[in-house]
Design a protein around this ligand. Structure first.
Ligand code: MG
Length: 157
């Protein structure tokens, strides 16, 4: 059986935070605010996997009111979700993602993000896709005040 899942996340960008995206630190004076490290790409991927699993969403499993998740690396949460997925007999077939940010340019970092995420997700080169685009200067993302990410996963059970 195949099941798909969709994930979306957005974080405001603020001064004095490291810009962690896809498990990679992107050099930039601002970074995503958040209870965890604010990795919007990993959060979107987590929600896509939880969608395929039918297990709600990231906020339900790892609430930001819980001090255990304060400043937690999002990759740790993703590892936990992958354990849930394997326990349910699932295997990711492919994962497609979109990063929307006005700056910095994300495309130069996509290979490093794939190298960071691929082994964790059990995905080879062609089965993990990371697209990067701007929001054409429109809205909060386009004004450089936020980063948004989308992910869609296909999981085989
Ligand atoms: Mg988030």
């Amino acid at each position: 059986m195949f099941k798909m899942g969709l994930g979306y996340d957005i974080h405001p960008l603020v001064e004095g935070r490291r810009f962690i995206l896809g498990g990679v630190e992107v050099p930039f004076p601002k970074g995503p605010a958040g209870h965890s490290d604010g990795d919007a790409l990993v959060h979107a991927i987590i929600d896509s996997l939880l969608g395929a699993l039918g297990e709600g969403d990231i906020g339900r499993l790892y609430p930001d009111t819980d001090p255990r998740f304060k400043d937690v690396p999002s990759l740790d949460l993703l590892r936990d979700v992958m354990a849930r997925l394997r326990k349910a007999g699932g295997r990711i077939v492919n994962l497609d993602t979109v990063i929307v940010a006005e700056e910095p340019k994300m495309a130069p970092h996509s290979e490093e993000m794939k190298a960071s995420l691929g082994p964790l997700l059990g995905l080879e080169e062609k089965s993990l896709n990371i697209k990067a685009k701007t929001n054409e200067e429109l809205g909060p993302v386009g004004e450089g005040r936020a980063v948004a990410c989308w992910a869609v996963a296909l999981v085989e059970f």
